[in-house]
Design a protein around this ligand. Structure first.
Ligand SMILES: [Zn+2]
Length: 173
């Protein structure tokens, strides 16, 4: 009886049955809202997809048309949950540290500008000739490693963990 009631209620709202999983989506905007927005990185969520659209964000921000959330990428950064770690080391690295850092930052900005998921969490210098870069995706760690390799050659090595979606990338020169 209870079930029947629920169904009838859904039916009255004009919803279709069979869209299992929709309600499990934690970023889903509420009924009547146009989108969800991330208030930390200004990403927009529509049709189950995160993207950047500055105009749309500005239009929706602070209005009832948008649900304010923290996107999965910003959450990963907040919770410090990297899926990729790139370690750069060597004498050549030490000598060319500034140019390599600039290359990394430019590449990271370029990728992050078009993809909400790929972002650098941290860049930490460990001593004079070692830098550790943590990224939100394994893809970005690999991408940055390849970019440095393409520009400066050296040795590039990837190590995936078997259990998780996690990669360690090592570049040395
Ligand atoms: Zn965000």
């Amino acid at each position: 009886m209870e079930k029947y009631k629920n169904r009838k209620w859904s039916g009255e709202k004009g919803k279709k049955f069979g869209k299992v999983g929709r309600t499990d989506d934690p970023y889903m905007p509420a009924e009547g809202q146009e989108a969800s927005i991330c208030t930390s990185c200004q990403a927009v969520y529509q049709e189950k997809r995160w993207f950047f659209d500055e105009k749309l964000y500005q239009k929706l921000a602070g209005t009832e048309k948008a649900r304010e959330v923290t996107c999965p990428t910003c959450r990963k950064i907040k919770d410090h949950y990297p899926e990729g770690v790139l370690t750069l080391s060597g004498e050549f690295f030490e000598e060319h540290k500034n140019e390599i850092l600039t290359l990394l930052k430019n590449e990271a900005d370029r990728v992050a500008g078009r993809s909400v998921a790929d972002r650098v969490i941290s860049m930490t210098e460990e001593g004079k000739n070692r830098l550790v870069v943590e990224t939100t995706t394994e893809k970005l760690a690999q991408h940055l490693g390849r970019a440095v390799y393409k520009a400066y050659k050296g040795d590039l090595d990837f190590r995936w963990s078997e259990m998780n979606k996690f990669v360690r990338v090592y570049w040395k020169r």
